[in-house]
Ligand binder design. Structure first.
Ligand code: SF4
Ligand code: SF4
Length: 361
């Protein structure tokens, strides 16, 4: 079945008003109709009718979406453009095959052992291929590699992944919430300090923290290339890993993983499978961001920092902002002793990274 058939109803809802033009980061950068939600909807309608040539231009136009959800948030007709783009990319992948890059991405994210091995190899061999650059900005490649520009900064891989450092269940105090920690690949392999900080704070609050051993990548890197087979497989494996523990909350410290569990799994994976959708909805209803849960559980100001004098600004990740999680991170920062929170201009603007989007564009 044509994946675009799944979103036929959404396609019909678009009245071509163009309100999305004011909110789409791809349009802001490119100022061209194919970049904006309205253009993507029109293109998808033609793809469904099969009255358009599937050439490189079509593929390129559909690739220029960050799946940020800003258009969905602001659309007066509630058109789920992100769902449409995902379906169109799946249709294009079915027609033309996955790119070599996305085939490789799919192979890696489906295989946790391979990821663990790759991360270990990268941590050990990294110094040979990368050199440190000043101003704590990360690492830079010594030798050229396809898809990676020489001027790009690459974050270092942790020597030991977050999940390898902790047991599966960390018992808390009786009567306190049971939390499944959906760690996500970036927290597990790169920004382990985020995982450690979340763990320390929820331990401090007496929660039982469960880090399911069987959890996998959320699958969104595959979704951006139209590899829905991988996304479905990973969603079902994650669902089973989470359901096993009957927790009160499913907590993420990564905006995109939260977006996967909260929006994309029920929307994209649950479609046309009511039983699976009900299970995915149940997990989505329990999914919370770390900042959201810390505020909800009443973390006190004096517990949030060491009192160091810091001036901090905060940027809203799209996958938190479009889920209305904007006040809680600021609330925590304002409460931290010694911290002065200064609002930046354009805090709500997409960063442009968009998973594998930044590799191509
Ligand atoms: S996607 Fe929504 S905002 Fe954009 S043109 Fe269609 S109806 Fe208007
Ligand atoms: S999801 Fe974001 S990048 Fe894609 S069309 Fe909508 S606003 Fe533009």
């Amino acid at each position: 079945m044509d994946p675009l058939k799944r979103v036929e109803k959404e396609l019909k809802k678009c009245v071509k008003c163009g309100a999305c033009r004011a909110h789409c980061p791809a349009f802001a950068a490119l100022q061209r109709e194919p970049a904006v939600a309205r253009g993507k909807v029109a293109l998808s309608q033609h793809l469904l009718k099969k009255d358009i040539v599937l050439d490189d231009q079509t593929y390129l136009a559909m690739s220029k979406c960050l799946l940020c959800g800003s258009c969905v948030e602001k659309c007066p007709n509630d058109v789920a453009t992100d769902e449409i783009v995902v379906a169109a990319r799946e249709a294009l992948a079915q027609a033309r095959g996955l790119t070599t890059f996305h085939q490789a991405v799919g192979r890696v994210i489906r295989n946790r052992k391979l990821m663990n091995f790759g991360a270990l190899a990268a941590a050990i061999l990294g110094p040979l291929f990368f050199r440190k650059v000043p101003a704590s900005s990360g690492l830079r490649l010594r030798f050229p590699l396809p898809f990676i520009g020489r001027k790009r900064h690459i974050p270092a891989i942790a020597k030991k992944p977050f999940m390898a450092r902790h047991p599966e269940i960390i018992e808390g105090e009786p009567g306190k919430p049971r939390i499944v920690f959906f760690v996500g690949c970036m927290t597990n392999f790169v920004y382990t300090e985020i995982g450690e900080a979340a763990l320390a704070l929820f331990k401090h609050l007496g929660c039982t923290i469960i880090i399911p051993r069987d959890q996998q990548c959320c699958g969104l890197p595959g979704m951006s290339g139209g590899d829905l087979k991988t996304v479905r497989e990973l969603a079902e494996r994650n669902l089973a890993a989470i359901e096993k523990f009957q927790a009160d909350y499913v907590m993420t410290a990564c905006a995109t993983c939260g977006g996967a569990l909260h929006r994309f799994y029920p929307l994209v994976v649950g479609k046309r499978n009511p039983e699976l959708k009900a299970r995915l909805d149940a997990v989505a209803a329990k999914t919370v961001d770390a900042a959201q849960l810390l505020v909800k559980l009443g973390l006190k100001a004096e517990e949030t920092g060491a009192g160091e004098e810091l001036k901090i600004t905060y940027h809203d990740p799209c996958h938190l902002r479009t889920r209305n999680i904007t006040s809680q991170p600021r609330e925590l920062l304002r409460a931290a002793p010694g911290v002065e929170l200064v609002e930046m201009e354009g805090a709500d603007k997409c960063c442009g990274l968009g998973g594998t989007f930044n590799v191509y564009h």
